[in-house]
Write a protein that binds this ligand. Structure first.
Ligand code: UD1
Ligand code: CA
Length: 456
């Protein structure tokens, strides 16, 4: 899918502060579907076939640089003098290149690689020196307006920024996406002539269009087929809108593949998540990270699963499950919390108000009501009574607890780690097992501290 286009470079503009976000974090590090805006653009540039990716950093550049994957070149625009100036800053990183360059904004995360490939294809087919990706939108507010050449509508005459636009120009609903394809080295020649005589006092990249045209180089405009793609994030409202667009796309894909989503307006699924056929996702469910859901599950209402894997026919309601592994036919919830490193094997049942951390619950075991298990192994078909807990932390270290197959832990048992309850052993209600205790298989232990009273 990411077949390279020889000679194609992508410059990604990410130096701006993003003032309108009113944020302590640089705009391009805000996230959408679990990835930063910049990461979206970088991946798209790669998938579009760019051989090299150059990121223009500025505001909090070091923080942004730390998030970059290997193999990305960076340049620093120390003062943000405008988008044309930002592109010019990247010249040093690709001085001798010829061929084409894609210029992309770090704040437009939804543009697809397919659209960018089409942009490059059209740029070549039309033998243009600059090609602008445009879109027709319902509300053009905040975008540069595309003014086509009246005598040749395939060409763009100029782009006028909203602040500079006349009332008539503001009516134009075709807008600049902020993504362009330019031919090198002509770009460098023209960009040097962009001035900052405008209301914002910035060097606008958009001025290039008119400058090229005046020199007799035609500028093409390619219309995106889906206006939702070009959404630029300037304000929190835009971020919410982009999240909704992305989420809707993701949900549609799952529904196309046979997943029921009962309440799409209140279901959030990150793009990497996979869901098996005939699974039903109920209202208020969030599936994030690298979650993989099996077939015939019922997830939700009100479930948050983060980077968790479930087998077939699992049911999870009103619960949070993080970085865990859930076997076939397991039922969880309502109101339980499975923390990272937990493994609940087939046919086990976790009821309400259970917290389980770094533990393994073997097939058929049950923990019905209220309790905490940390660093614990629970054997097959063992039963954990209501209110039982592992005291796995002594203030310095964590200790393990082992509960054998078919053991029966009476209500309110405290298991101070390290300790062990043998196969088919039983603890009485309220028993406290001191650290180091081993209850032999098949015996009954009661009291505080627990002592063995007889065979079970
Ligand atoms: C820009 C376009 C506008 C287009 C819109 C699409 C210009 C002048 N205007 O407007 O026509 O419709 O994007 O979303 O380009 N940046 C730098 N250094 C700078 C200035 C900006 O790196 O000195 C980066 C920003 O971080 C951002 C991108 O360039 O990623 C665009 O800048 P922004 O200020 O968001 O421009 P818009 O007003 O959205
Ligand atoms: Ca923008």
């Amino acid at each position: 899918m990411s077949r390279k286009i020889p000679g194609l470079t992508a410059i990604i503009l990410a130096a701006g502060e993003g003032t309108r976000m009113k944020s302590d974090i640089p705009k391009v590090l805000h996230t959408l579907g679990g990835r930063t805006l910049l990461d979206w653009v970088l991946r798209t540039a790669q998938a579009a076939g760019a051989e090299r990716r150059v990121v223009v950093l500025g505001y909090q550049g070091e923080a942004v640089a730390k998030t970059l994957p290997p193999g990305i070149k960076t340049v620093i625009q120390s003062r943000q003098l405008g988008s044309a100036h930002a592109v010019q800053t990247a010249k040093s990183a690709l001085a001798k290149s010829s061929g084409e360059v894609l210029v992309l904004c770090g704040d437009a995360p939804l543009i697809s690689s397919r659209t960018l490939r089409r942009l490059v294809r059209e740029h070549r087919r039309l033998k243009a020196r600059a090609t602008v990706l445009t879109a027709k939108v319902k509300n053009p507010q905040g975008y540069g307006r595309i003014i086509r050449e009246p005598e040749c509508p395939a060409r763009v005459a100029r782009i006028v920024e909203e602040r500079e636009a006349s009332p008539q120009e503001r009516q134009v609903r075709e807008v600049n996406s902020g993504a362009y394809c330019f031919s090198l080295p002509l770009l460098w020649e023209v960009i040097a002539r962009v001035d900052n005589r405008n209301r914002k006092g910035e060097h606008y990249l958009t001025d290039i269009v008119e400058l090229m045209r005046r020199q007799g180089y035609p500028v093409a405009g390619v219309l995106a087929s889906d206006a939702g793609e070009i959404l630029g994030i300037n304000r929190r409202q835009d971020l919410a809108q982009a999240a909704a667009v992305l989420n809707r796309r993701t949900l549609e894909l799952h529904m196309d593949r046979g997943v029921s989503i009962l309440d799409p307006d209140h279901t959030w699924i990150h793009p990497e998540v996979r869901v098996g056929r005939d699974t039903i996702i109920c209202s208020g469910t969030h599936l994030t990270g690298h979650t993989i859901i099996g077939a015939h599950n019922i997830i939700g209402p009100g479930a948050h699963l983060d980077s968790t894997r479930t087998g077939p026919r699992v049911q999870i309601k009103l619960s949070v499950v993080e970085h865990s592994w859930i076997g076939d036919r397991v039922c969880i919830g309502p109101f339980s919390h499975l923390r990272p490193g937990t493994r609940v094997e087939s046919d086990a049942k976790i009821g309400n108000f259970a917290e389980i951390n770094r533990s393994r619950i073997k097939p058929g075991a049950k923990m019905g009501h209220v309790g905490y298990l940390g660093d614990c192994t629970v054997g097959r078909k063992a039963n954990i009574g209501a209110g039982s807990i592992t005291a796995n932390y002594d203030g310095r270290q964590k200790h393990a607890t082992r509960i054998g197959e078919q053991a029966f832990i009476g209500s309110g048992t405290v298991l101070v780690g390290p300790c062990e309850v043998g196969r088919k052993a039983l603890t009485g209600a309220g028993a406290v097992l001191k650290a180091g205790t081993r209850i032999p298989p098949g015996t009954i232990a009661v009291g505080v501290p627990a002592r063995i009273i007889k065979k079970r």
